[in-house]
Design a protein. Structure first.
Length: 641
RNA sequence: GCCAGUGUAGCUCAGUUGGCCAGAGCAGCUGAUUUGUAAUCAGCGGGUCGGGGGUUCGAAUCCCUCCACUGGCUCCA
């Protein structure tokens, strides 16, 4: 048994000496390949490329082109960061330092000294300096006792705590240069390939994600094998900054915030309102087609309403505190959800099974107290409007209704041009059931309904435990913004609990009282958040059917104002919306201003156009599209919408 | 809420060992210009330097506190 058989991803097999490493094998294939190997997948498990293989195995060599290759590279970069920190700040203690989606971080405790972004360039330099040593990442198995002794000597209580949770016999250390870390690995062969490093920011992070525990300093960074790749990555981050909805929202005058009105309370300016109303009109029309009934309910409700719904018990302390009537001292809460009000509407008079399903829809504005540090542009606010609806139906109707909601949601997502989204089934945390209300049986029924319906339409889903609402499981639509952050937008929830708490009933064909099932759903989710993500998605260049101003008429000189006004009237009558720039500015200036405001079409009128009764059309971001009549232009806009 | 950072005119920023009346560009207003595909010229107005308190002969600058914002963490009905 001095040979082992290695099976490659393409099925090819070859014999190698026992204890060959992935690196040896790569070298056998080609030296160029060996230079690029970062790690290896051995029987489905990611290993160090330098770790001896002791038996027959399936082997895939991992390079920068593989996701696991990248994450190994970044994980090793985190160790390099730690080595640099230890060199620069002796005595620093380390928490954890994993790779993340795009890069890596390390949590450190620097004692009395605090790190700021100004310290980062110095640390980067140190990392690059250490990387040039091409220090080998050396794996070594240690006993738990030895590991404890090492970190006790070093005085790193965080590592000791991590060790506490590990079993003897499974503990490994990795060392590169002078830095030794408790780590299960794997790592790249040596620090050499880490050619470009950028430390992005420092942030606070609780030890083990627990807010009652010590706050450490988290240093985020990203690294690459080539400087060019780093530059490209940084350019991408720049582009994301340009698309930031907070910046574009201010520039395009869509919305604002006011210190006097209050943090987290968005104020919609005319142009933002125009977009929002078009979205609402679109949704209202869709809902009308699908048998929804619009309702309107007040912005506050008595405390008792939320005691009944369970919201009081769950969020009473963490919500805006009640408004009280001056004489009687009655307590009213700002509504954090629309469902309790809608339950009251359902209960307004006895229902027959013939009435069901009942679909109650409302663009309902709700207010939730969010922690001050959580507020973020339009995506995390304290007052927002949901495109909410509640469907009350019989148990038999649940699946059909769910499928219809799914269809509506997909329609909306596609209409707005979102191609990449994830459907997430959010279930309760089985280890933490007391966080939720309702019986196990009801939860299981609700979960089954969601899973079955998504399977039926073949929707690809991921499942997350602990992400359910306190009253029921959800199907959440997650959409990525320009910074790669994932936002929950639309949501569909199957709820057996609230109907019970509100004692909702219908009389069945058997003349007996039955409990309806409730489906909560909001395809946009929150208008604020949706528009925030939409702004970043389209970089402020809204679809023609949504944009506040479709065109701007730009006159060459005010000799052509009369014609421009005629044109405007004609375009109005053709159902287009736009503005007339009548300033005594040069045409270049008017074009520039319209370009910056991202107005889709610039209609240039001068001598030629006035005499030919045409317009010269310029498309924002593209340029001259030639001249045409107003009708031809209107038709073109129609076709492009 | 927690850690780190930021806050000067509508916007972007200068003013960085405490020291004459706090500056610029853009935007705004007024006037001139009547212009052919990304910024015409000139003049004028505009800031209790985020709020409050303190140190000092003197504070945009140093200290305390509150507010808002940024990056994360925790949270998110």
């Amino acid at each position: 048994m001095s040979e082992i058989t290695i099976t490659f991803p393409d099925g090819r097999q070859k014999a190698y000496a026992i204890n060959s490493t992935a690196m040896d094998i790569a070298m056998d294939i080609s030296e160029g390949l060996a230079r690029n190997v970062l790690a290896a997948k051995v029987n489905g498990e990611v290993w160090d490329a330098t770790r001896p293989i002791t038996q027959d195995a399936e082997l895939a060599l991992l390079t920068w082109r593989d996701k696991e290759g990248q994450s190994t590279f970044w994980h090793s970069s985190a160790h390099l960061l730690a080595e640099a920190l230890e060199a620069l700040y002796p005595g620093v203690k380390f928490g954890i330092g994993p790779s993340i989606d795009r890069g890596f971080y390390y949590d450190v405790d620097t004692g009395d000294r605090s790190l700021s972004t100004e310290d980062l360039p110095k640390i980067e330099q140190k990392m690059l300096e250490l990387a040039r040593n091409k220090s080998v990442y050396e794996r070594r198995e240690v006993t738990k006792a030895d590991a404890i002794a090492y970190f006790e000597e070093k005085g790193d209580e965080y590592k000791l705590e991590l060790l506490d949770g590990l079993d003897d016999g499974s503990i490994t250390f990795y060392q590169q240069g002078d830095f030794v870390d408790l780590c299960r690995g794997p790592h790249i062969p040596n620090t050499g390939p880490i050619k470009a490093v950028k430390l992005l920011n420092v942030a606070g992070a609780y030890w083990r994600g627990d807010e009652t525990r010590a706050q450490m300093t988290r240093i985020y960074g990203v690294s690459f094998p080539k400087k060019k790749e780093l530059d490209e990555h940084l350019a991408l981050l720049e582009e994301a900054k340009k698309r930031d909805h907070r910046k574009l929202g201010a520039e395009l005058e869509l919305f604002m915030f006011s210190e006097k009105v209050g943090a987290g309370l968005p104020i919609w300016l005319p142009k933002g309102t125009a977009i929002r109303q078009r979205l609402e009109d679109f949704m209202k029309a869709e809902q009308l087609k699908r048998g929804y009934t619009p309702v309107i309910t007040p912005h506050i409700g008595k405390k008792d309403l939320y005691v009944t719904s369970g919201h009081y018990e769950k969020y009473g302390e963490d919500s805006f505190q009640p408004i009280t009537t001056p004489r009687e001292g009655e307590e009213f809460y700002l509504k954090p959800m629309n469902c309790p009000h809608h339950c009251e509407i359902y209960g307004h008079r006895p229902k027959s099974y013939k009435d069901l399903p009942i679909r109650i829809a409302e663009f309902g504005t709700v207010y939730r107290y969010e922690q001050s540090g959580e507020l973020h542009g339009l995506t995390r606010v304290r007052g927002f409007t949901q495109d909410d609806a509640h469907i009350f139906c019989t148990p038999d109707q649940v699946k059909g209704e769910f499928l219809d909601v799914l269809d509506l949601t997909m329609h909306v997502v596609k209409k707005l041009g979102f191609e990449n989204f994830t459907a997430q089934i959010s279930l309760r945390d089985p280890k933490n059931k007391e966080k939720y209300i309702g019986s196990d049986e009801d939860w299981e029924k609700a979960e089954a309904a969601i899973i079955e319906a998504t399977q039926e339409v073949g929707l690809e889903t991921v499942t997350e435990l602990g992400e359910a609402a306190f009253y029921g499981p959800k199907l959440d639509f997650m959409i990525q913004d320009a910074l790669g952050r994932s936002w929950q937008l639309g949501t569909i929830q199957v709820d057996y609990n609230l109907p019970k708490r509100f004692e909702l009933e219908y009389i069945g064909a058997d003349n007996e009282a039955h409990r309806p099932v409730m489906i909560h759903r909001a395809p946009f989710g929150s208008m604020e958040r949706f528009i925030g993500v939409l702004i970043e998605h389209c970089a402020g260049k809204f679809p023609l059917w949504l944009t506040p101003e479709q065109y701007s008429i730009l006159t060459i000189s005010d000799k052509y104002l009369d014609y421009a006004k005629e044109l405007k009237t004609e375009l109005d009558s053709l159902g287009l919306r736009g503005i007339l720039d009548q300033r005594a500015e040069k045409i270049g200036r008017k074009i520039r201003d319209a370009e910056v405001k991202k107005i889709p079409f610039m209609l240039i009128v001068g001598e030629e156009e006035a005499s030919a009764q045409k317009v010269s059309v310029r498309r924002q971001g593209e340029g001259d599209k030639g001249s045409m009549t107003a009708e031809e232009f209107a038709k073109m806009v129609e076709e492009m919408s």
